[in-house]
Design a protein around this ligand. Structure first.
Ligand SMILES: [Zn+2]
Length: 279
């Protein structure tokens, strides 16, 4: 049971065409769609003119009765409209026809932005998924997409058995920035990717005790620019590797924490894949 609606799609090649895309996924009845969401194939359509695969990012409802999940998934671009969307979609239920909400506990609805945020939530709250994917996510190598194009940081792709998600890599303002040499940028990205591999929202390799330590260290030595715990970990790790002396002077607590991780087993390898560039 999946509800599809016709949308007019405009491709970059200027073609206009109509395609039917999903606005409602009831995973108990439609495992295929759940798998499409996990792999990133959900609501992708082919342009009939140029053949390009296009990702149609419309809000959709994810419903899973077994795990009692009722989640609106909106576009990443709409994050700033959270309050407005909460009112429309959850309070007023503007986009729902009655039969969609049958049996749903009121007040349990949720709103997330982007497929990645949905996958993170599912890995926490869908026990079956956690069980079936956790081991694979930990074991499968992650792939760092290294862009041939200058100044494009690329991303790190995590692969489970069915899950495929990418985390964008980033330069920092004072190391590995586009004004540095290509070698310096490459070095920064390599260590940044290693940091993302160790600690990330899909499959962190930090045991919970060590994760708690990390939180304490962050409180003691906060950054000027607010970063989430994962970005903070990756950029600190890269700084620690690229400039150990400067890092020790500025962040002695962080330095001590990273020193304590020496010898920690990192079972998951990072492979690199070059993408794009001149032919
Ligand atoms: Zn096209």
């Amino acid at each position: 049971m999946a509800l599809k609606t016709a949308y007019v799609i405009r491709c970059g090649c200027k073609a206009r065409f109509t395609a039917r895309v999903c606005e409602y996924v009831f995973v108990d009845y439609n495992q295929d769609l759940k798998e499409d969401i996990l792999s990133g194939e959900f609501n992708r359509v082919d342009c009939p003119s140029c053949g390009q695969k296009l990702f149609v990012e419309i809000p959709f409802l994810y419903r899973d009765e077994k795990n009692r999940l009722f989640i609106w998934v909106c576009s990443n671009k709409d994050k700033s409209k959270r309050k407005k969307l909460e009112k429309e979609l959850i309070e007023k239920k503007t986009r729902l026809e009655c039969h969609f909400v049958e049996g749903v506990e009121p007040g349990k609805e949720r709103l997330v932005f982007g497929r990645e945020e949905l996958v993170r939530l599912l890995l926490r709250e869908d026990a079956g998924l956690k069980k079936s994917e956790g081991g694979w996510l930990r074991k499968n190598p992650v792939v760092q997409l290294v862009m041939e194009e200058d100044n494009v940081p690329g991303c790190l792709v995590f692969q489970g058995k069915k899950i495929r998600v990418a985390i964008p890599l980033a330069f920092s303002s004072d190391a590995g920035s586009p004004k540095d040499s290509p070698e310096a940028r490459k070095k920064w990205l390599k260590h940044y990717a290693a940091g993302v591999n160790i600690h990330n929202p899909y499959s962190s390799l930090l045991p919970s005790r060590i994760n708690n330590e990390w939180e304490k260290v962050r409180m003691k030595e906060p950054l000027r620019k607010k970063e989430d715990e994962f970005e903070d970990f990756a950029s600190s790790w890269a700084r620690f590797k690229v400039d150990p002396k400067g890092f020790r002077e500025r962040f002695p607590e962080r330095r001590r924490f990273f020193d304590s991780l020496k010898g920690m087993e990192i079972p998951r390898k990072v492979q690199t894949l070059r993408v794009g560039g001149a032919k």
